[in-house]
Design a protein around this ligand. Structure first.
Ligand code: SAM
Length: 300
């Protein structure tokens, strides 16, 4: 195994906000701004870039990849909400959930809202996006971020997701849930030294994560549920999913992106993992759960 490159060595990823612009327009703008476009990446090594070179990502269609030292925080495209600065791994959940325009969705633990804005872009701002977060301050940041990104289909609530009533009429058409709950953060390269595995903390996070999954599963019209963490610990990832599947026999895992280089730990290879060494991202885990069609058709 190659040695884990430090955080400064990770590529910088830029998600194009398709609510405001297109990938082509951003590429053209950046070319005029002194960046050198090298086309679409075709293998992982193409993501190792120097200076002002950039490429289109090989897995995610709206993602551009830059050299590790690139900083767009003061750039016009960022300030105008045309680009979102988001690690590649954290673009997976919304991309994989892929809710069609018009659908009703819950983003259960949503702040600061990068995945919410990605969902809104995929839905083309059509439909309803119910977003919850327990932390009022993070929710305020989120509301600024969504405004800048031109998101209009959201309904934000400063609420404990575990206390959201699945039988409330406003959620009767919710078919998709994105669940990105609090986790140890052990996959974040910059935090890695500070997050030595504390078993009792991991156990309590895992219990919370499983409760959130179980709660999400109680929404009556639910079809697809995506679960993600920025943790590298199986206690918060495969173990939580395995426990959920044991308690919810109407759900099964969807096999994700066959061409993705890092899988969930066996036997949950349908899920994806991400890491600095294998995917050039922060550490991450994502699972997509789907309700059996028999279970759906028997729903009144
Ligand atoms: N999905 C977000 C994004 O992509 O920008 C990041 C979410 S962060 C990993 C987890 C969030 O869950 C935190 O903002 C935290 O305040 C929130 N949270 C924790 N417990 C919660 C609960 N019971 N109900 C709703 N939100 C909760």
């Amino acid at each position: 195994e190659a040695q884990m490159p430090p955080g400064e060595q990770l590529p910088r990823y830029v998600r194009v906000n398709t609510l405001k612009t297109t990938v082509e327009d951003v590429v053209d703008y950046l070319k005029r701004d002194g960046y050198t476009y090298q086309g679409q990446a075709s293998r992982l090594d193409d993501l190792t870039l120097k200076e002002k070179n950039f490429v289109k990502d090989l897995h995610l269609p709206e993602l551009l990849v830059f050299s590790p030292k690139t900083d767009f925080h003061d750039h016009f495209l960022y300030k105008a909400g045309h680009i979102i600065l988001q690690d590649k791994a954290s673009c997976l959940p919304a991309h994989l959930l892929n809710p069609p325009p018009g659908s009703h969705i819950i983003d259960a633990c949503a702040a600061p809202g990068n995945k919410t804005s990605h969902l809104a872009a995929i839905m083309k701002n059509k439909g309803r996006l119910f977003a919850f977060d327990l932390d009022a301050k993070r929710l305020a940041t989120m509301s600024t971020l969504l405004l800048r990104a031109g998101v209009t289909c959201q309904q934000l609530a400063n609420q404990d997701f575990l206390k959201v009533n699945p039988d409330s009429p406003q959620y009767k058409d919710v078919e998709y849930v994105l669940l990105d709950p609090s986790c140890s953060g052990s996959g974040m390269v910059c935090l890695q030294d500070r997050t030595a595995a504390d078993q009792s903390r991991l156990a309590s996070l895992a219990a919370f994560q499983l409760r959130c999954l179980n709660h999400a599963a109680t929404f009556p019209r639910l079809k697809r549920l995506v679960y993600s963490t920025c943790s590298i610990h199986s206690q918060e990832n495969e173990d939580v999913i395995a426990a959920f599947l044991q308690q919810n026999s109407t759900f099964r895992l969807v096999r994700l992106l066959p061409q993705w280089p890092e899988r969930g730990l066996e036997p949950l290879s349908q899920c994806l993992r991400a890491s600095t060494s294998k995917t050039r991202t922060h550490g991450f885990f994502v699972a997509l759960l789907e309700k059996h069609s028999e279970a759906l058709s028997s729903t009144p």
